[in-house]
Each structure stands twice: as structure tokens, then as C-alpha cells.
Design a protein around this ligand. Sequence first.
Ligand code: ATP
Length: 234
Amino acid sequence: MMLEIDDLHAGYRRLEILHGVTMHLEKNEIVSLIGANGAGKTTTLRALSGLVAPHRGRVLLDGEDICGRRADRIVRSGLVHVAQDRALFGSLPVSENLEMGAYTRKRGATAESLERVYELFPILAERRNQRADTMSGGQQQMLAIGRAMMAEPRVLTLDEPSVGLAPKLAAEVLEAIVRIRDDGVTVLIVEQNAAQALAISDRAYVIESGSIVLTGTGTELAHDDRVKSAYLGI
Ligand code: ATP
């Protein structure tokens, strides 16, 4: 198992939002976490990446417990998070934004990763000298994902990577996520657009009020009546 989350409790100060989340990701899977606004999807990703301190539980990354570690230590351990706000350095060019993603790595490792990211996202290679804040929303999302890839993650977590993007761009971002998985990275994705996320997911979990209530393959959940009416608008 690449990531094993066992009875994870987390929240903000004394307010508990996650009431024992249990889920796992096999190596090279794309797993999505779907749920309504406020269900705890973002909090789950933030707790995994050390941005929210877990109250209790275990998070095993390839067998090693990373629960409660500092965020930068978790990146070094191999779990890298792409936040919904992307947090790019707007005035810096694409290439420098990407280099920032390699801050945990030894010098010299960066050039190779940069080539790999440019292969994954040719548009970033074309625009390597362009300021990040002049890129379109879809390109900025690719840049945020590319920057995360510079840390050579074993597990990549993505918070609503296609939110706010036109359908064609959203599809491009999701296609890139499939290529990243095919490249050997395990992916956990939180997505408002459940239909598109389920279409690329090997498995998925549904979270409600801080607890996992349903799990299955992407196809099973896409055809589940409860999922269809609550999250797919069918
Ligand atoms: P959304 O799609 O709206 O982002 P979500 O499933 O990602 O939904 P979370 O962002 O994890 O939900 O929020 C879960 C709950 O935690 C909500 O009730 C929210 O109001 C609360 N919450 C989020 N951030 C904080 C914070 N910094 N302080 C206190 N409560 C918070």
C-alpha cells in the first residue's frame, strides 16, 4: 500500500471536522475523494500534508508514519500537495516557479525533473520565460501541478484541480493527471466535478460530515444511485 490513512481525526483548534477518516491508496492508483461543500475534503488533504495538525490517527506513506510531521518534512518524505489556490509566484517566470518546487532536493536533481515536467506539460516549456500571472487559469493549474512534480512525489494530492476551468481545459488537466500516474506517481484527488474525477479514478471514496460513507471503483460509484443524485446532479 502506498498510502494508508487510519482513523484520522483533525480539525481547527478544538473543532473536530474529520471524525476518523480511513482510506488507502495502492501504488499507482488514482483515487478520488468526493463530497458536498464543507464535508471535509480540503481538511483531509491539509491534514495529510501537515497544514492542519491531526488530532489522532495514522498516516502511513509506504509504511512510514508521517502523521503529525511538519509540512516540509512531509514533502521530503514524498507526499506533495497542490492547494486549490495554487499559490504561484505571479511575478516570476514559469521556469522559476518550477525551480521553487525543487527546494527540498539536492542541486543537480533539478534539471532532470524540469525536463520531465516540460515533457508532461509542453505548454510550460513553450512559456518558460513568461510571468506566471499572465498565464490562463488552466495553464496556471498545470504550472502548480508541474511545480509539485519538481519535488519528485511518490504521492501527489490535488485539491479541485479543475475548478473554475472551461470543460476542455479541465479535461486537459485531468489527462495530465493520468500521465503523471502512468509515470509512477500515486494520486489522491478532491474534485467538485465528481463525474470527470470518477472517470479517471481507479477507486473513490465519498465523505460526508467528516466520515467516509461509501467506497468503490470509479465506475461503481459513477453508477451508484446515491452518488448520482447527490454528487453528479443526475
Ligand atoms: P469545499 O468544497 O467547500 O472546500 P470541503 O469538503 O473541502 O468543502 P473543508 O474545506 O474541509 O470542506 O471544510 C470542512 C469544514 O471545516 C467546514 O465546515 C468549514 O467551515 C470548516 N473549516 C474550514 N476551514 C476552517 C478554518 N480555517 N477554521 C475553522 N473551520 C474551518
